[in-house]
Design a protein. Structure first.
Length: 180
């Protein structure tokens, strides 16, 4: 087996990426502190053709050299917007009939592997602060809380890891199982 060279990967350039049909998923970062986490989320969003990222509250925004270090240019390909209030954004998206999915450990959460996205439905996936998680009022306004099953001794994952797991799971269900 031979590793492929970057030139053999047939990746889209930025203009091709912008013209490519996206998966009907939006990512919301609710008060994320780590610039490396923000950059990693951009890179993951690029990999899975995510429609848009909202950077809310204290979440830093490009251009920023620390975000760029982990995003590796994905801040140029993925559409993003900053908004001060996560709650106001949630209300706006709800009025647009977008289903809100908080990634959080909560009463009556839905285990990620059991969640099945619906045909022709747009979703917004909300990831919270590294210490406090998704704000309670945002959880209250969400349609679902998705929980990543964990079987070890720890009870949390880094946000960039959580984002990778959740976006891959939803992307694979929507892209490969005929949901979109």
């Amino acid at each position: 087996m031979r590793k492929l060279k970057n030139s053999e990967l047939n990746r889209l350039d930025i203009e091709q990426f912008k013209r490519t049909k996206k998966i009907p998923l939006i990512v919301i970062l609710d008060n994320i502190r780590s610039l490396n986490n923000i950059g990693s989320v951009f890179r993951t969003a690029d990999a899975f053709l995510i429609e848009k990222i909202y950077l809310c509250g204290i979440t830093a925004q490009p251009p920023n050299k620390e975000i760029h270090k982990t995003a590796l240019g994905a801040t140029e390909s993925v559409t993003w917007e900053h908004t001060e209030s996560t709650q106001a954004l949630i209300e706006k998206l709800k009025s647009e009939k977008i289903i809100l999915l908080s990634v959080e450990q909560a009463e009556q959460s839905t285990s990620l592997e059991e969640f099945e996205p619906k045909l022709d439905q747009k979703y917004a996936v909300i990831f919270g602060n590294e210490v406090k998680g998704v704000q309670q009022e945002v959880v209250d306004a969400s349609d679902f809380c998705l929980e990543i099953p964990q079987y070890g001794t720890k009870h949390s994952l880094n946000i960039s890891v959580s984002c990778g797991i959740v976006l891959w799971d939803l992307f694979s269900k929507m892209k490969f199982k005929g949901t979109k």
